[in-house]
Ligand binder design. Structure first.
Ligand SMILES: [Zn+2]
Length: 111
């Protein structure tokens, strides 16, 4: 599930999502500190969402400029890396994932 949402004639890309909102905010700080423009989705979706699949309320971090995507990914690959963890390859889309990711960053598969 690679979603691109048109905003004002440009596209944005999801670079990080996690059920742990603290981690997403942490990722946001890292990327913003590097001068990359990002936006959060589902920022106000937490709580009272009993009927929704929990996945829908995960905080999502998106880059607002496509061209920043590789740099943002590289930043997060470096800074969000879990020491001692093992990177894994998504069985669904073959994308490499950091060990700290419980779900594929690209397609949200957990395998
Ligand atoms: Zn995948």
């Amino acid at each position: 599930m690679l979603v691109q949402t048109p905003i004002g004639g440009t596209t944005v890309k999801l670079i990080y999502t996690n059920e742990n909102r603290f981690l997403v905010n942490n990722a946001r700080n890292i990327v913003e500190n590097a001068g990359i423009s990002v936006l959060l989705k589902n920022e106000f979706a937490a709580g009272g969402a009993g009927e929704l699949p929990s996945f829908d309320t995960w905080l999502e971090l998106w880059v607002t400029n496509d061209e920043d995507y590789p740099a943002a990914r590289a930043l997060l690959d470096t800074t969000m890396h879990t020491p001692g963890g093992t990177d894994w390859i998504c069985n669904h889309c073959q994308e490499p994932n950091d060990a700290s990711f419980e779900f594929c960053w690209n397609c949200q598969s957990d395998a």
